[in-house]
Ligand binder design. Sequence first.
Ligand code: EPZ
Length: 418
Amino acid sequence: MEALIVEGGVRLKGTVRISGAKNAVLPIMAATLLTDEECIIENVPNLRDVATMTQLLSFLGADISWEEDVMRIRVKDVKEPFAPYDLVRTMRASVLVLGPLIARCGFAKVSMPGGCAIGERPINLHLRGFETLGAVIDIDSGYVIAKVEGKLTGNRYVFEKVTVTGTENVIMAASLSEGETVLVNVAEEPEVVELIDVLRKMGAEIEEIEPRVLRISGKEKLGGFRHRVMPDRIEAATFIIASTMVGECVDIIDVRCEHLEAVLEKLKECGARFESIDRGLKVYGAEKILARDVETAPYPGFPTDVQAQYMAMMTIAEGVSIITETIFEKRFMHAAELRRMGADIVVEGQRAIVKGVKELKGAPLMASDLRASASLVIAALAARGVSKISRLYHLDRGYEKFDEKLRSLGARVWRVKE
Ligand code: EPZ
């Protein structure tokens, strides 16, 4: 296992480029199961989760080559539509192969993803969607077993809750089916929109007939595609917050500001200072960080994936802020670790009350999930003294070369074996 040593007190300056979006590339990789033609994906980030998805797709029968940031995938035949537990448990997004496998093979046996640090994370809305399209779903010894006689058939399905991968899974299944599907109350995250763009390149017919309502005309066959993955808005938000807290002046390249309106709006309220530059954002360190309340919500609201990073900033803000997490039931694991650095945070159910303190102090810390790890790194950069953040694998799941990028901005961070 590896840990990250962070020496606080250094002001960041320079230029950093944002990598391709993890939560866009994972569903796009799953979509390659829908065709037997070659698919080319560019700007692929070098992440553990992407490596896991390549392992799973190869297991299913895909030929994959991955050079630099270009990945070529071709699933001429699905060897066996089976996704084993030891692969799925390391990455819940593996559940995204379910929709394509049912649509293509008429059968799929995929391990139920377990819960995780941030919540129970059921997939009932995915499964009900597949049933609505004619699949018979059984749960047996921890596996989802889905079967359909012939092809899936179009239908109308209303998502009881907005679910990102649930929307992606059912859109992929409906794209390779017979007849017309109408999906209501779909997620509208940029990563979902990007998957729809890719499916259209494959020949899928998908139309937004009203806000959060899609009409999909199922196709007999879908073709290959070439696509360049969009920049990761959550990584971008992480660097914008870090630069606001401990930056002198940081140019963040490959940021799509239109994907971050809620975050940028909130940060402006907190006293953050930034301006648009060619292909990105120039962020200056804030003179004073003001405490402001925030509540997470589905896109275009404030993203739950930025909540932990925002909390790190609120720990040294002037005043008291209330952070309300409405998406996941247990997404405050970082609070206890931030308290070890001297933060003043009280968690009450889905709310965390954060009272800004003068300064944080470095401490030994434990990462618990992907975004919590980023929040601890940010806090450690702002703290006085040295911190050691263990279980770095959480960070490597979703941030490409995070420590290298920080070092290139002048941060004093380095990896050590644990
Ligand atoms: C996606 O997870 C992202 N992962 C998450 O990012 C992100 O936090 C989340 O969306 C919310 O934006 C990927 O895209 C790979 P949901 P997902 O289904 O799809 C409940 C990260 O850090 N729900 O939108 O699993 C669920 O429990 C990760 O990169 C059901 O009840 O999230 C949650 O409370 C973490 N039944 C809410 O809906 C279902 O069938 C939203 O979850 C599905 C979801």
